[in-house]
Design a protein around this ligand. Sequence first.
Ligand SMILES: CC(C)(COP(=O)(O)OP(=O)(O)OC[C@H]1O[C@@H](n2cnc3c(N)ncnc32)[C@H](O)[C@@H]1OP(=O)(O)O)[C@@H](O)C(=O)NCCC(=O)NCCS
Length: 338
Amino acid sequence: MALLIRGPRSGDGEALASLWRELWDAHERWGGYPGTQDDAAYQAVAQRLEDDIYWRQGASTSGRHLHLVAEDRGEVVGQVEGWMDRYGVLLSTLDTCEVRSLIVRHDARGTGAGQALLGELGRAAFEWSRRRGVVLAAEVLERNPASAFYDRVGYEALTWSLRVDLPVSVRLDSRFRARQAHPRDAFDLARLDGLLAERRRTMRDTRYDPPRSVDAAHVESIAAYLEQPSPGATDIVVIGERSRVCASATVSVSFLEAPFLPQRRATLSRFAFDPELDIDVLMAALVKGAGDRALALAAGTLELVDLSAPGTPLHRATSTIGGREWSRVFARVIRAAS
Ligand SMILES: CC(C)(COP(=O)(O)OP(=O)(O)OC[C@H]1O[C@@H](n2cnc3c(N)ncnc32)[C@H](O)[C@@H]1OP(=O)(O)O)[C@@H](O)C(=O)NCCC(=O)NCCS
């Protein structure tokens, strides 16, 4: 093997589109969202890739997008993409590189190409970030054997996801009901945000800011956000006795584009609960409220994401309402040498 890791070049489009097809077909076998079997759709992907390659002129980095290709003796045998993101506002919070579409052609596996692609992606992401470090995060479906690969190359399971079919059928406690958050909930949401940040720290999830105090500026920024929420994302709160806000989460619905078959993907994230109340009851109300919203936007399933490990109360509560194992995020932190 004479492996070269490089940015995509003119003429790679067709080989990369065929790798995508191999990846999408495999994902479908592992229970993921189905991809198309239409050859024309993959020809369009190849053309789109060629256009992108033309504009990036051989560079592996273009804006927030990193794209690397593995070449062996003149043939494209693998690829990986990275999407750079910043989930915190503090300068001390590390940037995140979402690892996507990693694939090595079936007949080229087991010879180090996957590890080499991830290694080079890590270097490119670190350079992009210009911070003290970067978190590389890859979502792996539970049924994908690649979990063992991530384990082997130094990644650790960070968060878990479960999935429920819509409409959800859960037993509700009549003292609690879910509704969309209003700007007047801003103070309660700031308080719940603090609990969410604490949970993330306990899970050693450094993609987000550490807990901060509830001050007027923080409450004001949440209220302003709730006046004009981002399209596709809805904050859901659970209201308990004496109109008290006692849990929150965010439901997001996006449209999956080709080569997926056209459909909606709904996720429920940013779970936060009043620790004095029964998490099972609050979870049932949240998932019912979020599920109704996702259903109204034509989603067929709801992924409950960024959960703590199996056996923890949060994970147990999602299993109790019928969540089935779906995926986990593996992560690796690269820090500057001090
Ligand atoms: C996952 C994948 C990219 C790995 O690529 P690869 O080139 O075969 O992996 P490497 O040869 O670099 O392997 C690196 C190490 O991981 C180990 N490894 C690779 N695949 C493994 C697997 N399925 N189970 C256990 N260990 C594995 C290798 O044995 C090697 O360990 P070693 O250093 O002790 O020899 C490849 O199997 C693939 O394309 N799978 C299908 C697509 C996919 O699942 N992508 C990930 C989506 S999240």
